[in-house]
Design a protein around this ligand. Sequence first.
Ligand code: ARG
Ligand code: ZN
Length: 865
Amino acid sequence: HAIYLEDYQPPAWRVERTALRFELEEEQALVRAQLSISINPEAGSRQALELLGDDEIELQRLSIDGEVLCASDYARADGRLVIPNVPDSFTLECVTRLLPQQNTALEGLYKSDGMFCTQCEAEGFRRITFFPDRPDVMSVFTTTLVADKTRYPVLLSNGNPVASGDADGGRHWVTWEDPWPKPSYLFALVAGDLALVEDHYTTASGREVALRIYAERKDLDKLDHAMVSLKNAMRWDEQVYGREYDLDIYMIVAVDFFNMGAMENKGLNIFNTSCVLAHPQTTTDAAFQRVEAVVAHEYFHNWSGNRVTCRDWFQLSLKEGFTVFRDAEFSADMNSRTVKRIEDVTLLRTAQFAEDAGPMAHPVRPESYIEISNFYTLTVYEKGAEVVRMLHTLLGPELFRKGSDLYFERHDGQAVTTDDFVRAMEDVSGRDLSQFRRWYSQAGTPRLNVSDQYDAETGCYELHVSQSCPPSPGQEHKLPYHLPLAMGLLADDGTELCSRVLELTEEEQVFRFEGIPSRPVPSLLRGFSAPVKLDYAYTDQQLLMLLRHDTDGFNRWDAGQRLSVRLLQQQTEAWCRGEPMQCEQALVDAWRGLLRDENLDPAMVAQLLRLPSEAQLSELADEIDVIAIHEAREFMRTALARALESEWLAVYQRCDAASGTYSPDAASIGLRSLKNLALEYLIATGREPWLELARQQFEQSDNMTDQQAALSLVVHSGFREVGAELLEAFYLQWQHESLVMNQWLAIQASDSAPGALERVVSLSRHPMFDMRNPNKLRALIGGFCGQNLVQFHAEDGSGYTWLADWILKLDRQNPQVAARLLTPLTRWKRYEPVRRALMRDQLQRMMDTAELSADVYEVVSKSLV
Ligand code: ARG
Ligand code: ZN
């Protein structure tokens, strides 16, 4: 039952107004919906009224203009309710009964701990009531919530509160009105006993906005960072995009049970606690930055997503790609631009490239899907953001801003397509972007092959660039892409001779540079100007020169990465041949230079001295040999640790002395990241004194970043007893903090020492684990299958069986999360024959199981093709 983009039809009916009334009780919820429906003049032909509604919900009453319908007036099947005979314009009233307490899928209306909340994107609203639950049907919503006053003193929905009062039996009610028409996926409600922090913001044009962040009372001390981030985001969107907020209240609610990161419901964002709570003692630097980014992301959706929304779910990247680009630029402005870029590109190269090379590969604008939840992917989000970034690069910042202004002005209040977005960019720039649109329709990671030629006589230098893109499911042949190739030429001593943005449009192109005094070293794809793989036959010497001198910070880092990847691949091969591995002296010398240079930005040094991850090396391998990759990387890490031991110690001490009391600003974060990287290498020497240093840091630090770094380094080291001791101490200290306990689970799940499977099995029975909570599942199952590659890929296949067992169990409870946790198995074709067969067996076993959800079915069946 796949759905195809080419089958899109405009909605036959419109819903101008939607009035909802929720009676929230301990056993059930009753929902009365009144919809003002009329025929859509833009639809082709008149059709029966068709509403979407999950088969699970109980329909108690249905009436049209006050006349109750009987069973023969409508048909209900396969998630649809069809009413053949309706007037052109009418009010439909519908009462449904739901069981939110039993909703373990966490879509629609459900309970998270003691509170009611909703998640409607993409298709959760149809689990609440019958509705044309599609993004191009926009309606003005009024919502009344009625609930017990003591248990649920706080009753929230979208928009502004307009009335409230007491009801019988100790109950009370509140009515909310959202003046902005919106699709049903942006509907939200929350009812609970919540505490809040409150602040306010004055928009550029003078609107006073109340800002409220709600959480359970125990977390009230963890909301300040989110509030500061929200205000920064509001100011930034005014300054950089000219976008202002448009309601009197902006609310964020933190919930513990949540399938994803957060949701941009109009005026009432609902957040996974992991993306909003932050406190120095319980939250790492990485999590502080994630809170800042996600708060901004959801806020930016108010324009890129809510005021202008998607016509259909194939257009998901219209809002997600653009919004990720916006939040990345925001984070770059708030912190270190280069470090942010390095982090984002690392994620893209590791996980999105792997997705693009796997069985679920799809274009940024997919052509078909079985279950849309499976398409909230790195491709739609991250690659989608790269596509927007390329438009920004091709047009330049001023024209891009003009294009964005035109897009918002032209489409305010509409549900549109990625094509409309590109058209706005075309219209302001006068450029033809038809070839550029292939980025939306073709899947796969393009490859650039670059070679060069230099003529010393004439001073002429040529770059020969060819592009290609491997086949992906359903797309055998790809047409060439239009892309910006930012580059520079450097002399041997590092002087920059020129810097340019080349535009690629052909399969093969030559670019000529005149007046070049000597053979230059090209610095290619600066800032990662396009989401491609680039091949150029750099010598080690050239990479070392770029690592030292490139004026583009990103490419300095990338030169170092290329060199490390190359050396690691050589050791992997040596290990496979049973030959001794070795660590290149030139690399050691280069690293020593970086470690001793006190003028460098610590955050950058930390990035430069991090070896590519096992996941990244796997993505780059022709055929993945998990053990060889692990052994080679461990060998190099240990060699670099020992060869530079005194430098690591000096850097540790220098950073430690420079860190004052905790602050999550970019400079302090940089110091901590370099300090903890130095500690990692010190521990990797295997020498006792550094174990004591780590223990001290664990016991004495005033912040979670340092404490957790020390914990995970010791747990993942050969010092097993001390590791166990620290885990126990950490548990006793933080057992009341659910988010910290997720880290405690994840650190153990990713411990690659023998006996790992027994450890995760026993953790899955630990009281700190709760299989109904997605964060716990991600920590334990995700931690083992995604971070503990050696053990997940144990040669006997035990890791695969364990994961498949979990997927089958979880699929009955929460299909969205089950389908997501399944990802590692979908990559089976990339492994050597033994593991390939074992992984495939587990996929087949799942396929043979009756009654898979659409979510898991889609992933499993596409993986087996
Ligand atoms: N729109 C949300 C965000 O990116 C994500 C919601 C995803 N929900 C889902 N069921 N897949 O901010
Ligand atoms: Zn989003």
